[in-house]
Ligand binder design. Structure first.
Ligand code: ZN
Length: 133
């Protein structure tokens, strides 16, 4: 498995509109619009930072994963995403190493990426996303 870089940090916010000002006005990151991923009940906004990005995540439904996260933990870093060269290969390798996966197969993420989550139980409590673009 080849990890290429930290692709992005996923940050759960109650509202992208309300939460983006710190990132855009104070830090000067560029806001490039939002994208809704209906099957994950989430609207995302990616703000590039050098070779990585900040991903703001807003729930589109009260039973979505981000809504549940906000209810339990409040706003904050929800996941860390590593870009891999080949996501199927990475998942197979991790599975063979006994790492608990949330997604056995990649699913569709924002920006046309293919993504898969590892279980926080296997990663010291951090929700880890693998993504291939
Ligand atoms: Zn993400």
């Amino acid at each position: 498995m080849k990890i290429l870089k930290i692709d992005h940090l996923g940050i759960a916010v109650k509202s992208i509109e309300g939460g983006k000002n710190f990132w855009t006005d104070a830090l000067g990151l560029k806001f490039e619009g939002t994208e809704t991923v209906a099957e994950q009940k989430v609207t995302t906004a990616f703000l590039p930072v050098g070779e990585s990005e900040v991903e703001l995540l807003e729930s589109t439904a009260p039973d979505g994963p981000i809504a549940k996260y906000l209810e339990k933990k409040g706003e904050g870093i929800q996941h860390i995403a590593f870009r891999v060269e080949n996501i199927e290969e990475a998942l197979a390798e991790l599975k063979a190493k006994g790492i608990q996966l949330i997604d056995e197969k990649p699913r569709k993420g924002a920006g046309g990426a293919r993504i898969a989550f590892l279980h926080p139980r296997a990663t010291s409590g951090v929700l880890v996303e693998l993504c291939e673009r």
